[in-house]
Write a protein that binds this ligand. Structure first.
Ligand SMILES: CC(C)(COP(=O)(O)OP(=O)(O)OC[C@H]1O[C@@H](n2cnc3c(N)ncnc32)[C@H](O)[C@@H]1OP(=O)(O)O)[C@@H](O)C(=O)NCCC(=O)NCCS
Length: 156
């Protein structure tokens, strides 16, 4: 599990160098700074980071989700390579579940690369269901996206 002192807070523009470094080592087609700046400005978007207390390397994970009507849509969740399997993404998943429940969302939705077995295992641990496939969804390698859904209120 994670160090108990890691905490979730809103992403700030000052976090972008650390966020971009994590993004670059996490995705085959990483988002640019421009995309993050646009997301930070969107009224319906939320960007959160997991930070370590002062003295350590601060931002170690982040996520980006949208709140639209009664759905929370997860666009991105990443953890720095050297900090994986310490529960940091779990802190972000728990944060999103709380936000979704507090706002009485009906659904959490996401797309994930069909080959991304680690992320799929994480979502299934949170009882997300495989709802369908978007063929050739990812333009860098024409990989399929798996659509996953969590119906809130029905999970155990
Ligand atoms: C997916 C990702 C965000 C997980 O981050 P993390 O901080 O390492 O995850 P956690 O330590 O909180 O793991 C929580 C649980 O998810 C599951 N899990 C996470 N990574 C896994 C992996 N590689 N294989 C199998 N299960 C995994 C496990 O059940 C894990 O609990 P455990 O360690 O007690 O077994 C991280 O691997 C990552 O950044 N990947 C690249 C970006 C990406 O693919 N993002 C998702 C698509 S947008």
């Amino acid at each position: 599990m994670t160090t108990s002192s890691a905490y979730v807070r809103a992403m700030a523009h000052e976090d972008l160098p650390a966020v971009l470094a994590i993004e670059a080592e996490s995705h085959p087609a990483p988002w640019t700074e421009k995309i993050f700046v646009e997301e930070l400005a969107r009224e319906w978007a939320r960007l959160m980071v997991v930070a370590l207390p002062q003295g350590e390397s601060s931002v170690v994970a982040f996520c980006n989700y949208w709140l639209v009507a009664d759905e929370l849509h997860l666009l991105n969740i990443c953890c720095a390579l050297e900090h994986r399997r310490k529960g940091h993404a779990q802190l972000l998943m728990q944060h999103m579940l709380k936000v979704a429940r507090d706002r009485e969302c009906r659904l959490i939705t996401l797309e994930v690369r069909a080959s991304n077995v680690g992320a799929i295992a994480m979502y299934e641990r949170y009882q997300f269901e495989r709802a369908g496939v978007r063929p050739g969804y990812y333009s860098d390698n024409q990989e399929d996206a798996l659509v996953m859904l969590l119906h809130l209120g029905t999970e155990e």
